[in-house]
Design a protein around this ligand. Structure first.
Ligand code: SF4
Length: 220
């Protein structure tokens, strides 16, 4: 059987598996945000950056190959992840205590896991339009980290193709595929996979804020 070395552990892999998939199968943790099993990976958040034979690469898109030497938990890579997380935080408005997703947010968890204690960079304070037009679902665009999971879930699982990402750099934002551009004019439902899959508090079900007490939330 073909194997790779993950931080010195010799791990077998099946043909077609990525470095991330073979690490997950071996219970070896590689931090990630935009990757979710079952969805096509595209390596946009770069949080799963590892070093493969001396070269930086995103583990979720890199195919596992026999004899690869993969470094995951090194000081250099911890600093890379910390920088990426800080940039994600300053690009949006992530005030955890005021966010309904606090305690169940994958961005917040990743920041805790990497020991992030400050923003380091100057915050952008973006002011992207909120969409509260739908009776059951709300979008807070300033919390979006552009992982595209809602885009894939809406298109490939819900069969509705409601979401997309538009713009570049500071103008990047989540768009809604309806004539008015508003969620009210789509057939989204609070039960859609696209709503459930959002790793942060950017897509929320209305009327459920702070429902789970502190201590019982997903990552408490
Ligand atoms: S709204 Fe949520 S799921 Fe969609 S791209 Fe933004 S962070 Fe990802």
């Amino acid at each position: 059987m073909k194997t790779v070395s993950l931080d010195g552990a010799v791990v077998p892999f099946a043909e077609g598996q990525t470095v991330m998939e073979c690490a997950l199968a071996a219970n070896i943790s590689i931090p990630h945000l935009c990757f979710l099993p079952g969805f096509l990976p595209h390596g946009s958040c770069r949080l799963c950056t590892v070093k493969i034979d001396g070269r930086l690469a995103s583990a979720c898109t890199q195919p596992a190959m026999a004899g690869q030497h993969v470094e995951i938990d090194t000081e250099e890579l911890r600093q890379v992840r910390l920088s990426l997380l800080r940039m994600l935080f300053v690009e949006g408005n992530h005030y955890c205590p005021a966010c309904e997703k606090s305690g169940s947010c994958r961005l917040q968890k990743a920041a805790y896991d990497e020991g992030m204690l400050d923003l380091h960079y100057r915050p952008w304070y973006p002011k992207r339009k909120m969409d509260a037009s739908h009776p059951d679902v709300l979008i807070d665009r300033d919390r979006c980290i552009f992982c595209e999971l809602c885009v894939k879930a809406s298109r490939d699982v819900d069969g509705k193709n409601i979401f997309g990402i538009s713009g570049r750099g500071i103008d990047t934002h989540l768009v809604v595929n309806s004539k008015s551009g508003l969620l009210a004019d789509t057939d989204i439902s609070a039960q859609d996979r696209a709503v459930e899959v959002c790793p942060v508090g950017a897509i929320l079900v209305k009327g459920r804020g702070f429902e789970i007490p502190i201590g019982k939330r997903l990552y408490d």
